[in-house]
Design a protein around this ligand. Sequence first.
Ligand code: B12
Ligand code: SF4
Length: 454
Amino acid sequence: VNVLLVSANLETKPAPVYPLGVSRLATALRKQGHTVRIHDCLVHGLAELPRAAAEFEPELIAVSLRNVDNTESQETQNYLDGYLDVMARLRAVSRAPVVLGGTAYSIFPEILLLALQAEFGICGPGEEILSELAQALERGQSPETVPGLLLRSGDHALRTARRTQPAAVAAGVVREPELVDFYWSQGGSLNVQTQLGCKHACVYCTYPQLDGPVCRTLPASAAAEEVRRLALDFGATHVFVTDSVFNLHPEHAEEFCQALIRLGRPASWTCFCEPGSNPGKLPALMAQAGCTHIEFGTESFHDEVLSAYAKPFRLADVLAWSRAVAEAGIHQAHFLILGGPGETMETLSESFRVSQGLTPAVFFPYLGMRIFPNTPLHRLAVREGVLPADDKLLIPRFYFSEWTPETWLAQQLEAQARRDTRWVTPEAWKQSEAVMKKLRGRGKKGPLWEYLAH
Ligand code: B12
Ligand code: SF4
């Protein structure tokens, strides 16, 4: 069938992000013989969407919803209105059924299916289920025969049979040259995925819901080959590894690095790491394989808070990783969530104090913890009576520890950012946009946050 794939994401901060999920879906659908057209609202324009949809005459429209909101309590940005707009433009010109997917959708499946009045929805990695849906439509079979689908019937969402196997991550994703040109010239990287899933259960995190708790890996050599193709085919010199936790399985991470080294280190790269078990030789190997930037989901520099957040590591691990990464010559940024469960005035000032010893490093603090449905944090907030049980959470809600109220916390952070400019508040990050633009104009690639560390 003719499938129109729409990337609805218009966000360009911190950088425009190549819609890798959409390319994965297109690759899977084309393999099955379907005709696919991609409309990326950022690249091709929202205004152009109706003309594209009318011209192509799709029999199925698949809309990818990436972000719900920016997870920031101070300058909250919500993307729902944009998604309603996309749906209205599509409905104005096409009667084709609409299937929703993507990370935003997967966090709020029923609510978004009904709010956007789509016909179908698919949670998590969508390659297999979307292909099965397209095939069912082609054969005139009922979509109800496709396991893992959410169907809208009036104002109700119904689930088809459960799928027994978690989706795998397949090799050989084909990128769209037109999109690559846009994202490579406008942003700081192209992207690659080497694995899916996370076995941990940090209190606030949606990732185990999005990708599943079981880790599925791409063979390391195939993942490295994708990096080589990005460099060869598109001239990419920097790649973002999108894995939730690149070093979740250190052996796989090592194999990926070794494969890149064998290929002659085709590009430099950034990834997310957990400062978990002993770093050993991994940071040095990563540097040798071209890794230049690591973003740590550290969240706090205090053991009691790390424990309350259910993080799978402690401060000693963070310090060991920080040292090892600095020695390997890799830039490091630590993302922190201030004021979540267990935070007190003492733990906060201790976090500020400990951060002084981490050099060179940049700190990106979030104030309060965004509460997402079906997370341990959601249950805690309801139990503590700070969130009504019937709050659907689509409008962002943030958890603040009773010991560190929001206004007080914001003042503390501002003071800390004045003392140590490596603490990049959302405001400072915004102010640095002009500098970033200048650097990008000079052809600098990568996340560029190391320029904020002075
Ligand atoms: C890597 C990443 C980043 C990197 C991206 C770097 C790069 N160059 O690629 C960086 C650090 C820049 C980033 C930034 C942001 N991110 Co981010 N990011 C991720 C992460 C870890 C992986 C995303 C990814 O690429 N996955 C790999 C691709 C292949 O998978 P995918 O896109 O999800 O697509 C699959 C499925 O979703 C599905 N699918 C997708 N579309 C569709 C459509 C249909 C119809 C179907 C059926 C299926 C389907 O099938 C696809 C193939 O398997 C996710 C968390 C996660 N585990 O998913 C968060 C995540 C997507 N990010 C999120 C957010 C909020 C942001 C920011 C807004 C944060 C901020 N305040 O700056 C920005 C926005 C950036 C932008 N321009 O849009 C949220 C989005 C949900 C939400 N809470 O709103 C997530 C889920 C994390 C979270 N907090 O819960 N991010
Ligand atoms: S380790 Fe990272 S991806 Fe895994 S549950 Fe914790 S925050 Fe989420």
